[in-house]
Design a protein around this ligand. Structure first.
Ligand code: ATP
Length: 281
């Protein structure tokens, strides 16, 4: 028994465990990053190539094996070129310290600012019934949708958001996408949900907000042009006619990460809302 315990507690076991946890975390973050983007197709391609390599090794298919080796060799520099923007963004993220929890203070300040500016824009647009659709990227990459919009790449400010959605201006149609606390694009096209559970009185703006929440973990805010009502969609939930207190509570719960506390607060928020009559789709 003692032998067994000392074996388990051996340093090499601990390092192996750390090794597995680090690999698991990196793979998890990678999957979350590429979910919903074109990179998923590419990953499938990588798996096919690896499978062919394994089969060629087992069946001793030397020419096939050689060809696969060539593809693998050349695909590494090719991937660096193809994914240059994503790699740059990832490294910038690392540089800003958002990966290590103890260096995240600055990022929390940015997220608090994001909530403040969103609130400013929502209050203004809701009072004046200016229709708006704002999607905030979370863990899932939104590259495919960002590509459909008009690049802005600006700090988030309430004034800029309001300006974008002023009716009959070139950028007001479509969605604003916020990524890494910056307005990435305006006038982006989001996927329309085909759900029959969406109330009939809600049109395509709300349908697009639900659509993006079905395929990614993004948080989307809709301001109705007809009623001025504020709706939020996230993780397949649609919550209509939120009061200022409610949407601020939701934003703080989901956009300002409190590490382990974040998930609990988010769940508590939804259970509170469900009790108050919020919609779960
Ligand atoms: N797939 C889409 N992606 C992004 N924006 C979209 C999409 N479909 C529609 N929109 C936006 O929604 C607007 C149309 O809104 P519509 O009146 O149909 O929606 P609604 O849900 O009834 O909202 P409202 O209460 O504001 O009228 C379009 O002008 C466009 O800006």
């Amino acid at each position: 028994m003692q032998d067994f315990l000392s074996n388990i507690l051996r340093w090499s076991t601990v390092t192996n465990l750390i090794d597995i946890l680090v690999v698991w975390y990196v793979v998890y973050r990678l999957i979350m990053l590429v979910r919903g983007t074109k990179a998923v197709q590419l990953l499938k391609g990588v798996f096919v190539i690896v499978a062919i390599k394994v089969v060629s090794l087992i069946l001793q298919l030397h020419t096939v094996g050689y060809m696969v080796d060539m593809i693998i060799t050349w695909s590494v520099p090719a991937m660096v070129i193809i994914f240059q923007p994503e790699i740059r963004r990832g490294l910038e993220h690392l540089g800003r310290g958002s990966v290590l929890p103890w260096t995240r203070t600055d990022e929390h300040q940015q997220e608090e600012r994001l909530v403040k500016e969103l609130d400013k824009a929502i209050q203004y647009m809701s009072k004046r019934r200016i229709g708006a659709l704002i999607t905030i990227q979370q863990n899932t990459g939104l590259e495919d949708y960002i590509e459909t919009g008009i690049p802005i790449d600006a700090d988030v400010s309430g004034e800029l958001l309001i300006n974008i959605f002023i009716p009959n201006t070139p950028l007001h149609d479509g969605a604003v996408i916020i990524r890494d606390n910056r307005i990435a694009v305006a006038a982006a096209y989001l996927p329309l949900s085909e759900s029959s559970l969406i109330p009939k009185e809600l049109g395509t703006r709300h349908r697009a907000a639900v659509g993006i929440s079905e395929v990614t973990d993004a948080l989307t805010v809709v301001i109705s042009e007809e009623t001025g009502g504020v709706t939020v969609t996230t993780n397949n939930h649609l919550i209509r006619d939120l009061t200022r207190t409610d949407y601020l509570k939701l934003f703080k719960a989901q956009l300002i990460p409190q590490d382990t506390e974040k998930q609990n607060r988010f769940q508590t928020f939804f259970s509170d809302l469900k009790r108050k009559g919020g919609t779960k789709r």
